[in-house]
Design a protein around this ligand. Structure first.
Ligand code: SDX
Length: 428
């Protein structure tokens, strides 16, 4: 195959270089386009055909339903690794040795105490505040208590900022939930492993011993791994573009949390449960909701269905669906919502509208069913997504800064008014 693409503009031909990735994906490098053509640019709302960067962290093949972190398949990692190993892999590029993992967790624990003044910020929120808004604010506030921005040229400074946020973020997640429930804000137990500690911080009642449930520990490990990274999705692109101005890591993460909140993105896991509940209240009338989803005059979409990249099954949805059956079975939880979800999936998989548009269940379709069985409130589901995505955001931010990527500043095509004379107010 030629290593250039030929473009003809206004009768002039231009050769644009083709670049090929390690999985044989091909991109047209348009870095020189505007200069070579006297100002012609590309335009691609939503970046459906546009790559923003080269990255070595996560590989997706949307047609084949493939997802790999640093070359390891999501199926292997979900089955065989723990979340902290996967976090290390995403951020530093290799699976850790036992010594490296032990040191990573020891360094995280050493930095996991959040300044007590942060409690005053938590106290200032109403109990009704959405947890994603609280979490985004608290993450940004961390900058006030950890003012030194990251010197990316120093591996030590970068490592310290990574272990700091990996330690403090789970505390903010737990405090966000406990604030809403009127429970005291406390710390977990550094004798526990990372996920066990998250669960204890979230669920420990002040007057009871907290007893770990291995089924829930294993389920949360798997869910966090499945959410850990997903190449240049909306929230990760947000973290990258904010970080490209050399804003700090915590400020960039706070922006990513806000992007993830949207119901078209991470907020879908909450919207799925609300949709399934509405269908249950409606007597399980899935056909009514399928019709609404297909009605162009109705803004309703089948939440948890469709994906910008996966035009086949989302491998994570397949794993989570299996885990939902296992977890509910192991916990002895009967949840009619799971049956409604499976019924809806079956209907959509045989409906022309969904088949033609290659709309399949995505990561958000079944995850909320497990979170609910674990006793997590529905408006905390997207916070759990953020907890899982944290190492991916960190890894992508670190890669962008270490590769010295330029500040993100897209062009536009102006379609407004041409030059016109000012009119005094009397003449308008
Ligand atoms: C996540 O990018 C990532 O990697 C995200 C994520 C990650 O790990 O970071 O995977 C996590 O965000 C998963 C997606 C969660 N969102 C939802 O479940 C919300 C419902 N899904 C949609 O809103 C939608 O499918 C998107 C946003 C996920 C993808 O939208 P696209 O790629 O921009 O597709 P589109 O809007 O152009 O839709 C193409 C067609 C349209 O119909 P036509 O105009 O061709 O007639 O499909 C239709 C859409 O109306 N369509 C849907 C639909 N999703 C797309 N119709 C009904 N229900 C849906 N869910």
């Amino acid at each position: 195959m030629s290593n250039t693409a030929t473009l003809e503009v206004n009768g002039q031909k231009h050769e644009l270089p083709l670049v090929t990735g390690t999985e044989n994906e091909v991109a047209i490098d348009v870095k020189a386009l505007r200069g070579a053509t006297g100002g012609v640019i590309t335009i691609d709302p939503g970046y459906k055909n546009t790559g923003s960067c080269e990255s070595g962290i996560t590989f997706l093949d949307g047609e084949k339903g493939i997802l790999r972190y640093r070359g390891y398949s999501i199926e292997d990692l979900a089955e065989k690794a723990c979340f902290l190993e996967v976090a290390y892999l995403l951020i530093f590029g290799e699976l850790p040795t036992k010594e490296q993992l032990d040191k990573f967790y020891a360094d995280i624990k050493a930095k996991s105490v959040v300044d007590d003044d942060v409690r005053k910020i938590v106290d200032a929120f109403p109990k009704t505040a959405h947890p994603m808004g609280v979490l985004s604010s608290l993450t940004s506030a961390l900058t006030a208590f950890n003012p030194s921005s990251v010197n990316v040229d120093s591996e030590e400074a970068m490592y310290n900022s990574v272990v700091k946020i990996m330690g403090k973020f789970p505390v903010l997640v737990a405090w966000t939930m406990r604030k809403q429930q009127g429970l005291p804000l406390d710390y977990g137990d550094s004798n526990l492993d990372y996920v066990e500690n998250v669960l204890k911080m979230m669920f420990k009642k002040p007057n009871e011993e907290y007893v770990q449930n291995d089924i829930i520990v294993r389920a949360l490990n798997k869910l966090l791994i499945l959410h850990a990274d997903h190449e240049q999705n909306c929230s990760t692109s947000t973290v990258r573009i904010v970080g490209s101005s050399h804003a700090g890591l915590f400020a960039s993460l706070s922006a990513g949390i806000s992007a993830l909140w949207g119901p078209l993105h991470g907020g879908a896991n909450q919207a799925v449960l609300e949709m399934l509940e509405a269908i249950k209240e409606d007597g399980g009338d899935t056909k009514k909701y399928m019709a609404k989803a297909k009605d162009k005059s109705d803004p309703f979409r089948l939440m948890g269905f469709g994906h910008r990249v996966y035009k086949n099954f989302d491998p994570r949805a397949r794993i989570i669906k299996k885990a939902a059956d296992e977890v509910l079975g192991d916990l002895g939880v009967e949840d009619p919502i799971l049956d409604i979800a499976k019924g809806l999936e079956q209907e959509a998989l045989t409906d022309d509208y969904f088949v033609q548009r290659k709309l399949y269940p995505n990561v958000d379709f079944y995850s909320g069913i497990i979170y609910r069985a674990m006793g997590i409130p529905v408006d905390m589901f997207t916070v759990m997504f953020a907890l899982g995505r944290l190492p991916g955001w960190i890894a992508q931010w670190r890669e962008m800064r270490l590769r010295k990527e330029p500040i993100g500043r897209p062009r536009q095509l102006y379609i407004g008014e041409n030059l016109r004379p000012f009119k005094d107010i009397e003449n308008r």
